[in-house]
Design a binder for this molecule. Structure first.
Ligand code: ADP
Ligand code: MG
Length: 254
């Protein structure tokens, strides 16, 4: 069996008196596509934010291989090869799609939002090599014709795809996706499913996927961790998880 790449050990996150994530342990193996599912408010985004350093755990530890990520700044975690997308869109409206991708390509800085702001000026330079790679990444999503369009000219679904392309441009080892199917049309969902699969096969990326759309989860995930009110209630293959009475109850009770 392949070794774990990401390891959560008894990780908790409290917001004041609210326990958003309660002593959760799980591992993401190298090359795996692991789903993180659960009703709204169950703690998916919080776990994503803990993995990428946007928030620090109240208790517990997170490791990538031998490296302890607990309390590490997001840009450092990004530099170790962890890319992410956000549940809310975060591209730069004043830049073209190609420039948004070029921002992510500058070596060693990852895809962090703040780091990107600092690099805006240099990204405006027309870098032929960066443009070529941007087009190559956009082609994965069928969006290469938009390379010179402002990011805001795209639909919400297309902008979500651009965020995925931007993350891939950083050549991540682990890609953490927070509800990438939200707002996508049915054909775009199919494209997303194909692209997530290719992230692993073509780019060797390990994926942690918080997702609400079950068709995506059931098609692409090797395994799912199911959350309910911040508790882990199942860790199983998608087909087993959806048949688990606790999981059914969590979803029906939501
Ligand atoms: P999900 O992504 O599964 O919908 P979240 O991780 O966003 O769930 O939220 C889990 C719980 O933590 C919710 O009750 C939410 O209101 C709460 N929460 C999330 N982030 C914060 C925050 N920054 N401050 C206070 N409460 C938060
Ligand atoms: Mg969320």
């Amino acid at each position: 069996m392949t070794p774990p790449l990401l390891r959560f050990d008894a990780v908790s996150k409290h917001f004041g008196g609210l326990v958003a994530v309660n002593a959760i342990s799980f591992q993401v193996r190298q090359g795996e596509i692991l789903g993180l599912i659960g009703p709204n408010g169950s703690g998916k985004s919080t776990l994503v934010n803990l993995a990428t350093g946007e928030c620090a755990p109240t208790a517990g530890a997170i490791h990538m291989g031998d490296i302890c990520l607990t309390g590490m700044a997001p840009w450092r975690i990004a530099r170790l090869g962890v890319a992410r997308t956000f549940q809310m869109l975060r591209s730069f409206p004043s830049l073209t799609v190609g420039q948004n991708l070029a921002l992510a390509m500058q070596p060693g800085l990852g895809s962090g939002y703040c780091a990107s702001v600092l690099r805006m000026a240099s990204a405006r330079r027309d870098d032929a090599q960066a443009r070529g790679r941007a087009i190559e990444m956009l082609r994965l999503f069928g969006l290469e014709r938009f390379v010179d369009e402002p990011a805001t000219a795209l639909s919400i679904g297309q902008q979500r795809m651009v965020e995925l392309a931007r993350g891939l441009c950083t050549r991540p080892r682990v890609f953490v996706l927070d509800e990438p199917a939200a707002g996508l049309s049915p054909p775009m969902v199919e494209r997303l499913i194909e692209v997530i699969g290719r992230m692993r096969t073509d780019h060797g990326v390990t994926v942690l996927l918080a997702e609400h759309v079950m068709r995506v989860v059931q098609t692409v995930c090797d395994r799912v961790v199911v959350l309910d009110y911040g508790e882990k209630i199942a860790d199983a293959k998608p087909s087993e998880a959806v048949a688990d009475p606790r999981v059914i109850e969590a979803y029906l009770g939501a």
